[in-house]
Design a protein around this ligand. Structure first.
Ligand SMILES: Nc1ncnc2c1ncn2[C@@H]1O[C@H](COP(=O)(O)OP(=O)(O)OP(=O)(O)O)[C@@H](O)[C@H]1O
Ligand SMILES: [Mg+2]
Length: 508
């Protein structure tokens, strides 16, 4: 047996109008952690779906040698039987089922003709122990946070006797602490002999964990970097990914001036009606015209709750005190629709759940939230609609053959870009962005930041929630820090650094 567990040779895969993979070669050494990187739409997820039988033999060109043998996987079950397990970019657990039902879903333990639930529960407990998740296997998946759900996915992979584990952006939705946990677990699995392929846009993680890095660009392999042989830096990766050097990641706003206060909360206090307790306490914040304000904090600090409570989610959040002012006018929104009408928009952190209509195309999704601006009262000006959608597609480089492409068929990062385009087109006075660059590649991040800069230059106010502190420091004019549902600090951009922001984030 040679020391490669996997060799994918000259793989090509075409979708209608898109050559997703063009003669890709990809080799993975036995027992290593191999990171697969590249811009949004480069073909990373597609390559892994070819490997795992999602796109069966016959739907692609080239060959796959796994464990010394040429393989022609026809289904996912086929590849799993051989120890290849893929965890998808979007979590695939079933929220309403228990952990043990999820872990053995699709490969149930049978006793004769019936499922052996006792054995299922005992084994699940064992698997959860292996990923160091100390919870009862009988609880429902929906009661776990995303970080823990990701661990359940890995427990599920372990229950299938995984030899080659593929993780597609496993930390994209995780906060720093959960991410670190997950990376530690991947390293432990490596010590136990599991080979791992990880796709990620988080370059810091990649340089910390990778034995080898392969870069894809436009459906082709650019290079493979051996990190043990040669120290690899983030800027090395960027250079190969985007094909040029990027000496600054955050575009600067020049000669920038702020206008009057466009949005303000005074003593904003919110109760969770289900739990019956106060979750946000006397929040005082404001944003001026032309300003980008960062909202920082650790997981559970209450940032998303704050955004949602502002945005008229009256069933989930009881406003028990305080006032909100939008463009000087006192407001209290009854629904998100109400908020949008008054000039406030919120881009949610969860793109698959809330943001997009996946079976519709880019054009539809870009313009849907502001169709009024395209009608003369009776009909929609289609030419204008096409122009707008194309403008956004170009500005933030949405990778697709045309604006008629269904959003479902876009790569993860490009779906996120469509969601941003949609709310930017609403052209609100105040735009709240929750994790706007999640799953977005470094090059495209720059384009999104540039667009944010253009928007504030025209007078928009932006509130940005991000779990990436460097991004907050790089883009904000001012930052608020939250901890346990309260504001614990406020900094001007020039005063803020990782230390003083973190100190406020852990303050109670
Ligand atoms: N089912 C599909 N139908 C049509 N085109 C598709 C389909 N799946 C993927 N594509 C296209 O193939 C290309 C590669 O997509 P892929 O999802 O592999 O990118 P990726 O590298 O994983 O990107 P990201 O970092 O954004 O997740 C993209 O242009 C994408 O739009
Ligand atoms: Mg992908």
């Amino acid at each position: 047996m040679n020391d490669y567990i996997l060799e994918m040779n000259s793989i090509s895969k075409t979708f209608p109008g898109v050559k997703a993979l063009n003669n890709v070669s990809f080799k993975v050494k036995r027992g290593e952690i191999h990171c697969l990187v590249g811009e949004n739409g480069a073909g990373k997820s597609t390559l892994m779906k070819v490997l795992s039988g999602v796109y069966p033999h016959g739907e692609y060109l080239g060959d796959i040698v796994y464990n010394g043998r040429t393989q022609q996987f026809k289904t996912i079950a086929d590849s799993e039987k051989n120890g290849v397990v893929i965890i998808y970019q979007e979590l695939a657990l079933i929220p309403e089922l228990s952990l043990y039902e999820n872990i053995y879903f699709g490969h149930e333990i049978m006793k004769g003709k019936v499922i052996d639930w006792n054995e299922t529960i005992v084994n699940s407990r064992e698997m959860l122990k292996k990923v160091k998740l100390d919870v009862n296997p009988s609880i429902k998946v929906k009661n776990l946070g995303v970080g823990h759900q990701q661990l359940v996915e890995i427990a599920k992979a372990l229950s299938k006797d995984v030899k080659l584990l593929i993780l597609d952006e496993p930390t994209a939705a995780l906060h720093e602490h959960d991410s670190q946990n997950l990376l530690k677990l991947i390293k432990q699995l490596k010590e136990q002999g599991v080979t791992c392929i990880m796709i990620s846009h988080k370059l810091k993680e990649i340089t910390a964990i990778a034995d080898t890095i392969t870069v894809l660009r436009d459906g082709a392999t650019i290079c493979s970097l051996d990190c043990q042989e040669q120290h690899t830096t983030e800027s090395d990766i960027i250079k190969h990914m985007v094909g040029r050097e990027m000496d600054h990641i955050y575009p600067k706003r020049k000669n920038h001036e702020f206008g009057e206060i466009s949005f303000e909360l005074k003593d904003w206090t919110v109760e969770d009606p289900i739990k019956g307790r106060e979750i946000l306490h006397n929040i005082n914040i404001n944003v001026r015209k032309g300003e980008i304000v960062g909202l920082q904090g650790l997981m559970g600090a209450g940032r998303t709750e704050l955004a949602l409570s502002i945005f008229g989610n009256t069933t989930k959040y009881n406003i028990t005190g305080g006032e909100m002012f939008l463009s000087g006018k006192k407001q209290m929104f009854r629904s998100p629709k109400d908020a949008i009408k008054s000039g406030l928009a919120y881009v949610s952190e969860d793109r698959k759940g809330k943001g997009l209509v996946l079976i519709q195309d880019i054009k539809f999704n870009t313009t849907i939230a502001n169709l009024e601006s395209l009608t003369d009262g009776q009909t929609i000006n289609e030419n204008e609609e096409i122009r707008i959608a194309n403008d956004f597609k170009n500005a933030i480089n949405i990778k697709a053959p045309s604006i008629e492409q269904k959003v479902r068929n876009l790569s993860g990062g490009n779906q996120q870009k469509v969601q941003l385009a949609k709310w930017m087109f609403v052209n609100p006075n105040v735009l709240i962005l929750d994790e706007p660059t999640r799953g977005i590649d470094v090059g495209a991040k720059f384009e999104i930041y540039t667009l944010m800069n253009e928007l504030v230059k025209k007078g928009m106010s932006i509130i940005m929630i991000t779990s990436e502190l460097p991004e907050a420091l790089g883009m904000s004019d001012r930052l608020y820090v939250m901890s346990e549902g309260a504001i614990t600090g406020e900094f001007l951009a020039e005063e803020a650094n990782e230390h003083n922001v973190m100190a406020m984030a852990i303050k109670s």
